[in-house]
Ligand binder design. Structure first.
Ligand SMILES: [Zn+2]
Ligand SMILES: [Zn+2]
Length: 576
């Protein structure tokens, strides 16, 4: 992977660790799922024949996992509407006709050259896609299927070439006077008198669209903070002629609307898209959804320019990672792909669904094994494998099918606990892959009292081992890591005393005798220590030293069984 990626991951790991130290005992969050019913009820009031839930994102760099929250909200509304027998679908608009304002860290393209050019027309420096916009959008889109998302994908640069969008642009230009009024009402509402006077003055010559310069391809000039758009300077509704002057190269002209490429100002671009697709509902992050913000401006434009209500607004709070906001422009990004490398997708859906829309969700990657446990307890309650009170079961009935990316399986698929997989996956170098898998299978059979394991169960073992191995590599703490040396190092042998060796000898005899459960093995260590006359503390330390060259480590009873008691006995015999 590229340098930026590693650097970002390192930054992320540091943040995650820091947060984990701050909050030593994170409380289990309550379920707050009333929002699902509340939103669906509001959408149902629209009473239309086809329900369309839209989402969108500008491909300005790696799109972070927080944006998946919006797609999951949309997906769940769709699924619920379908449950009610309605036609419902979701859409994801890639806003690749937006102009570049900055590049994220690690991009080698020159900002001087490309700032102000639509993402769809900036080259993909990695050479694998047709544009910069396509590259980053596809990195995101490529994870949709795994998260159980299947929106229709719309590319804004293509949308702008359609008859419908060109017509919407014409309608907006013809309604410039109304749009100016709306902009003053919404944008200048909290300005002081002087600011307001200046804004009103500037709006006298303002038009709701800009021109992609036919000469240099820029839509605007300048970078973040000092942007000058190629705004239309005059529009003649009779002749449909557009006057413009490029702020990037100075090219100016008067041309017929249809011979130019135009883009609506973003506050107007949004309602135009809603209108074209007749969007029933669109979730929006708090920055856009704030009262009087771009969403409300858009709704007003919908009503007064396009003559319809616009979508049902669904505001939601952001997702933080390790207690920190993510920003693409600064490269503080946790990619959806990173999640899929270290955790099951259903767990992310579950986290998004069980939390109220008005609450920030703080995802802590270091807690993935605990969260997995929680989700799988919930899963067992859904299938009635575990007992739970009525409320829990009802909750599971609603939430579990919505959390699963695909169709819910008819029967429960037992899974090895994530924490168990974390340790087992690290034993592959000493035990070999096949032994590790066989041991996981044995554990599952015991745990769920099964005679044989189905193909589905077996293949999930492999998936889980891979996730666990990746997780411990990226987010595991020192306590999660075990490193079993291929043989007992010389320095460990050297410090073993006679009583230690006596204890170890007795221990091999006990281990060779018969198979023991984790608890029995744990108890046997205490018992053997007493018999050999060494302290319990010393006994455990000696065993950890022989196994992992450390003074402490994972719970020994289960760890010995993970390694296999004969393997452990052989190991001990190599030193006594
Ligand atoms: Zn590419
Ligand atoms: Zn130009």
């Amino acid at each position: 992977m590229d340098f930026t990626f590693n650097k970002q991951q390192e930054l992320l790991r540091q943040t995650v660790r820091k947060f984990a130290e701050m909050e030593l005992a994170p409380h289990e969050e309550e379920f707050s799922i009333h929002w699902i019913r509340e939103v669906v009820d509001r959408v149902l009031e629209r009473d239309v024949s086809d329900y369309l839930i839209s989402t969108g994102k500008s491909p300005s760099g790696s799109i972070h996992i927080g944006s998946v929250r919006e797609l999951i909200i949309a997906d769940v509304i769709k699924r619920q509407l379908q449950e009610f027998g309605k036609n419902a679908r979701t859409m994801f608009i890639v806003d690749d006709y937006d102009p570049v304002r900055s590049f994220p860290p690690g991009i080698s393209l020159s900002l001087d050259e490309w700032a102000g050019v639509p993402y769809s027309e900036v080259p993909d420096e990695f050479g694998c896609h047709e544009s910069f916009g396509s590259h980053w959008a596809n990195e995101f889109i490529d994870t949709f299927a795994e998260f159980g998302l299947n929106p229709e994908i719309v590319w804004a640069h293509e949308l702008y070439e359609t008859e419908a969008m060109q017509d919407a642009v014409r309608v907006c230009l013809e309604n410039t006077a109304v749009i100016r009024e709306i902009m003053i009402e919404y944008v200048a509402h909290d300005f002081d008198e002087e600011q307001r006077r200046q804004y009103v003055e500037s709006m006298k010559t303002w038009y709701p669209a800009s021109v992609v310069c036919p000469k240099c391809g820029h839509l605007q000039a300048g970078v973040k903070g000092e942007i000058a758009p190629n705004r239309i300077t005059y529009y003649n509704p009779e002749t449909e002629e557009v006057s413009f002057e490029c702020q990037a190269c100075g090219h100016a002209g008067i041309l017929e609307r249809r011979s130019l490429r135009l883009k609506l100002t973003w506050r107007i671009d949004w309602p135009a898209k809603w209108y074209i697709f007749k969007v029933t509902c669109e979730p929006a992050g708090k920055d856009h959804a704030v009262k009087g913000g771009s969403y409300d401006t858009g709704l007003e434009v919908s009503r007064r320019v396009f003559g319809w209500s616009g979508p049902v607004k669904v505001p939601y709070e952001w997702v933080q990672i390790g207690g920190r906001d993510m920003t693409t422009s600064k490269g503080i990004v946790f990619r959806p792909r990173t999640w899929l490398d270290v955790a099951p997708p259903e767990l992310y859906r579950f986290l998004m669904l069980k939390t109220d829309l008005q609450r920030t969700i703080n995802v802590q990657p270091d807690r993935i094994p605990d969260m997995c446990d929680e989700y799988e307890r919930f899963e067992r309650q859904y299938y009635g494998v575990d007992d739970g009170d009525d409320t829990r079961r009802q909750l599971a009935k609603l939430l579990y099918p919505l959390s699963e990316p695909g169709q819910v399986r008819a029967a429960h698929i037992p899974k090895i606990p994530f924490k168990y997989a974390v340790l087992m996956s690290q034993l592959e170098p000493v035990l070999g892959h096949d032994v590790v898998v066989a041991r996981c299978e044995e554990t599952l059979r015991k745990l769920y009292k099964l005679k044989r394991l189905s193909k589905a169960v077996q293949s999930l073992i492999l998936v889980r081992l891979k996730l666990a191995k990746n997780w411990v590599g990226q987010f595991g703490s020192a306590n999660d890591r075990v490193d079993v040396p291929p043989s007992v190092p010389e320095d460990v042998r050297a410090i073993l005393t006679e009583p230690d060796r006596a204890f170890l000898s007795k221990m091999t005899e006990v281990l060779r005798l018969s198979s023991m459960s984790d608890e029995e093995t744990q108890a046997a260590i205490f018992q053997t220590a007493r018999e050999a006359g060494v302290s319990e503390k010393q006994a455990f330390m000696t065993l950890y030293r022989v196994l992992i060259s450390q003074k402490h480590g994972p719970r020994l009873g289960s760890f010995i069984n993970m390694l296999g008691k004969d393997w452990v006995a052989d190991r001990i015999e190599s030193v006594v």
